[in-house]
Design a protein around this ligand. Structure first.
Ligand code: FE2
Length: 261
């Protein structure tokens, strides 16, 4: 069985600097500790972008120090808060595919995991470039006999709330490419800092709350949205031959224990 862990929206800053009043480095330390304690049997952990908050080099170096502590292999892509060039300067140009983006395909336990870089420099919304869509089509075609999980920073499916202002701009084109594969098990995103699941265009989509602040579901378009200190959350995806399940594992500010049974 495949076990894949996805963390997102780490929003690291340089030492001593908080983000929205939170020590995001300390939260990542707790996240890696949790990963090592609870999920050291995972096949892979993917960090789904907004790795740092303002693209600072020192923040990427702090990330690197935490990634090497993980007891499972870690892969990454970037989000709208990242700076692609600075990320590459710290992690090396092997993180880039031939698309020039932080895209990668990994085969594990009979699954194909595809990681996509949806960041547009300087913009909160996302996009996949034509070269990336062509690359994605090729990666899907060569894995026609395998179930596929895609990890991408931006949500492609409309959540029907105000976060759709910062959605993946060419989600329809993305969905059209995905539709060439008959067994897309999940498309997992971060970006919106809250949990959702959906079927869109016949494909299952999920967002994970991630490591930074979370927000309440924005169901009232008029109401201000409070930022919450938690939960900080990772998605734990268990994949068998016939089915794939996403669990949401809160590692900060989860529910207090009522009893143990
Ligand atoms: Fe974020």
């Amino acid at each position: 069985m495949l076990k894949l862990v996805v963390l997102s929206d780490l929003h690291l800053r340089p030492e001593g600097v908080l983000s929205h009043g939170l020590d995001t480095h300390d939260r990542l330390v707790q996240g890696i500790d949790w990963l090592n304690r609870m999920h050291s049997d995972a096949d892979l952990c993917v960090l789904a972008g907004d790795l740092v908050d303002l693209g600072e080099k020192e923040a990427y170096e702090r990330l690197k120090h935490q990634v090497v502590r993980a007891k499972v292999p870690v892969e990454m892509t970037i989000g709208n808060h990242d700076d692609r060039d600075t990320f590459v300067s710290v992690f090396g140009d092997k993180v880039l595919s031939e698309t020039g983006h932080v895209d990668k395909a990994i085969d594990v336990k009979g699954y194909r995991i595809i990681i996509l870089d949806s960041a547009i420099t300087g913009e909160p919304a996302g996009r996949l470039e034509p070269a990336q869509l062509t690359w994605l089509a090729a990666r899907l075609d060569e894995a026609a006999d395998k179930p596929v999980i895609v990890v991408i920073h931006h949500h492609a499916n409309p959540l029907m709330t105000r976060v759709d202002k910062i959605i993946l701009q060419n989600g329809m084109a993305f969905a059209q490419v995905l539709s060439r594969h008959k067994d897309i098990r999940q498309v997992i995103a971060g970006h919106v800092h809250y949990t959702s699941t959906a079927i869109w265009k016949g494909i299952p989509f999920t967002t994970v709350a991630g490591g930074h602040y979370s927000v309440q579901a924005m169901l009232d378009p008029e109401k201000p949205v409070p930022r919450l200190t938690g939960p900080a959350q990772m998605a734990v995806i268990l994949g068998g031959k016939d089915g794939t399940t996403v669990h949401f594992d809160d590692y900060i500010n989860g529910n207090p224990v009522l009893s143990v049974g």
